[in-house]
Design a protein around this ligand. Sequence first.
Ligand SMILES: Nc1ncnc2c1ncn2[C@@H]1O[C@H](COP(=O)(O)OP(=O)(O)OP(=O)(O)O)[C@@H](O)[C@H]1O
Ligand SMILES: [Mg+2]
Length: 374
Amino acid sequence: MVLHNLFFLVLTVAAYFSLIPLFEKLVADARGREVAIMQQVPRTAGEIKISQQQYKDALERARITLFLVLGSIYVLAVLLLESAIMPLYVYRPLRKMLDADQATQSGDRERELIRPEEILSDEIGQIMRSRNATVEALRRQEDELEAALRKLEEQDRLVSLGLLSASVAHELNTPLAVLAGSIEKLIEITDDAHTLERLERMQRVTQRLRRISESLVDFAKVRKQQMEPIAIRPLIDEAWGLVAIDEKASTVDFVNSVRAEDRVIGNSDRLMQVFVNLLRNALIAIERSGRIEVNSRRTPRWVTVAVEDNGRGIPTDVLPDIFDAFVTTRLDAKGTGLGLTVAHGIVTQHGGSITASNRPDGGARLEVSLPAAR
Ligand SMILES: Nc1ncnc2c1ncn2[C@@H]1O[C@H](COP(=O)(O)OP(=O)(O)OP(=O)(O)O)[C@@H](O)[C@H]1O
Ligand SMILES: [Mg+2]
């Protein structure tokens, strides 16, 4: 603020000292003409003295006038500059940038961008626009980094959970095998109907424990796999082929509407496991002669595969935790509550996501988004 005013002052002083000789010359020229006239007319010594005094006065007046004119121009220029031009075009934009910078530093995302209507169309405006673009780019990178970090943490948790599951499964498998073998032996040698019934119940429970243990091993397998481009449509047909072993499947209207060109990056064995789980759940949920449809859609980065059924829908108390381990409504029957947990683990391992919802016209929709193959 002081510097440019000082500069103007220097300019004014320079103008004053360079104009003064010009003014003095003008006054001197006028005096010269006056002297020439005076020499033609004889004057007394007193008159000559008065005339010299007038010349000195004229010189002095010229200096003062010049000083006053330049001084007024300087004061007016400074006033105009400091009260209108500088505040509008410099001070206010700079204050806005400083405020926005402070907001950026304190992480206040609401105020960190300068509003478009406050940006002028001059050079400072260009700096403001460039600053906004930089802040936006930085925030985008920050968000992506945070998302990647969250994903990494989740994968880390899955790996630890997988390791834990593997060791639990390992500890369970041997005693369970011994138990199953012993029960089988006892069934063979028992004649008493009541004991036989109890043994068979024990056998069913043991089988269920073995299934849980196998699922835990599946879960543990969710680690780095061979990834390659995979066509989804034949994978769904194959998965349905496995699920359709169940006789209930013959009464179901199954439609594979996945687009033939949709391919994802993944491991086919693991993804098969995901879709077998989803299709089996759908098959269990529908009444006889129900309908299961699988369809797909694609964005540049993702292929989303939706498995839809018109069954009873997901119970509302199960829905929020549906991907958690041991969440099941089939505890009394054959469910372990690990099917969707394993599916979620595999999909996450692929860098994708899975969501569950109920369709407005009844039944469930499970959506799996996977990285699209180019
Ligand atoms: N298509 C669906 N329709 C209705 N409910 C569903 C559907 N899919 C899943 N569910 C609900 O979510 C629960 C959890 O499913 P999940 O596959 O994880 O376990 P599960 O099927 O019970 O047992 P399993 O481990 O043998 O698969 C199910 O018990 C069921 O209540
Ligand atoms: Mg299941």
